[in-house]
Design a protein around this ligand. Structure first.
Ligand SMILES: *Cc1c(COP(=O)(O)O)cnc(C)c1O
Length: 403
């Protein structure tokens, strides 16, 4: 429950941005809603900068949470954005972030995505020979020289990462061994080569794995640096995870920051004037978000208590366990209006959809809830609303607020 405790004001009242739950619900105008804590976002970036080497630039990966007000707030905190579609790119540009600090990655960029990026001066992160040729053609058609980076599928496998996105055979990026030939090809074309992008994994809670991955990436980039002049940036990936479940612990970012001393200065000397970038999604926003729904029914079935809510997997697929989890485990949950509560009760918290997959918490012990109480799901700031099948069963959309 420690994650949700950080939203607790004295007296056991849950608050976000100084507003108690009832006021938040009033602002949202309905349940279910998501609320993101502005001060937690600010604080997270401040702490991260303190722990990492001072020369490291921090980018936010918009796909973790594309709420416009949140992106706007992030634009005041971070050094750049990573986008995965023309739609995300427009939202990134709307904040006033310079196009040269936005890059577009993704294995299946459409002609429309590429046209948008090339036209706006956003960096296109090339992930295949086909993309390379398409970008050059689009640049010629638009009469501009596209800014391109090369995404490299590294030749190492992070041993202990929640989600591997590099090493082995992947749909992402270009295999490291093919990079030299591709760089020579890029140099012969009407393209402006500005950077490397190496993304090795996601949701990693083991500092030793992150440290090893960063060292590998630094080595890989040093080896390729002779083939590319005047690099503007090297995006070394991110991968920092957050704890979702009881048995998980927080990533030791202090250890990662300390170990960076080994490669940051040598790499900066090897690549003078090149920005070293780390990109993060969930690490920046995941812990700042809560999902709030209400108990609409309470029933007992063969001795087990069910709290039925007006929320569910159509808003929060990840909390239901259906967004990539192998073993279903519970996100942190609480009864928001009984935070200090005694009178505990074992129950299941379920959503309102007609499918047994729609579970928010299995077999949890919570203060005995009544119909009308608020159910809070923590760690809901990333891959929640935008990663959920909101049309399934045609219930109302959730509201999102930044407080
Ligand atoms: C999704 C993604 C991220 C963000 O991952 P998190 O686990 O949310 O930090 C960063 N970079 C790329 C290329 C991605 O696809």
């Amino acid at each position: 429950m420690s994650v949700l405790d950080s939203f607790n004001a004295p007296g056991g009242l849950l608050q976000v941005g100084g507003l108690p739950l009832a006021r938040l619900a009033q602002r949202a105008g309905q349940t279910p809603f998501f609320v993101y804590d502005r001060s937690k976002l600010t604080e997270r970036v401040r702490l991260l900068r303190q722990m990492l080497a001072p020369s490291i630039r921090i980018h936010y990966s918009i796909k973790a949470n594309p709420m416009p007000a949140l992106i706007h707030h992030m634009s005041t905190l971070v050094d750049g954005f990573d986008v995965a579609s023309a739609g995300e790119m427009r939202m990134a540009l709307d904040t006033g972030m310079a196009a040269s600090h936005i890059s577009m990655a993704g294995p299946g960029k459409s002609d429309q995505d590429l046209r948008g990026a090339v036209g706006a001066g956003v960096t296109v992160t090339l992930e295949s020979q086909f993309q390379l040729e398409a970008v050059e053609r689009i640049g010629r058609e638009l009469g501009v020289t596209p800014r391109v980076a090369l995404r490299i599928n590294p030749d190492f496998q992070p041993v202990n990462s929640g989600m591997r996105m590099g090493g082995g055979a992947r749909q992402f990026g270009v295999d490291a061994e093919k990079a030299p030939a591709m760089l020579r090809d890029i140099a012969d074309r009407a393209l402006r080569f500005v950077g490397f992008h190496v993304f090795w994994g996601s949701q990693c809670l083991d500092s030793r794995t992150v440290i090893a991955a960063q060292r590998h990436v630094a080595e890989l980039v040093s080896q390729l640096a002779d083939l590319a002049q005047d690099l503007e940036f090297v995006n070394m990936g991110g991968g920092f995870g957050i704890p979702y479940f009881d048995n998980e612990h927080t990533l030791d970012v202090g250890a990662v920051g300390a170990a960076m001393q080994d490669w940051v200065e040598p790499l900066r000397q090897r690549l003078p004037g090149t920005r070293l970038v780390l990109e993060f999604g969930r690490y920046l926003v995941g812990e700042a978000g809560l999902y709030v729904c209400r108990v609409v029914d309470k029933k007992v079935s063969r001795g087990e208590t069910f709290l039925v809510t007006d929320g569910g997997l159509h808003h929060h697929l990840a909390a239901s366990g259906n967004f990539g989890q192998v073993l279903r485990r519970n996100f942190p949950v609480a009864i928001g209006n009984r935070m200090g509560g005694e009178n505990l009760e074992r129950c299941h918290v379920v959503g309102c959809l007609c499918t047994p997959l729609d579970r928010l918490a299995d077999d949890v012990t919570l203060p005995a809830a009544q119909i009308g109480d608020y159910v809070i799901v923590g760690q809901s700031g990333a891959y929640a609303r935008s990663a959920s099948p909101a049309d399934f069963l045609s219930h109302p959309q959730p509201v999102e607020i930044l407080a």
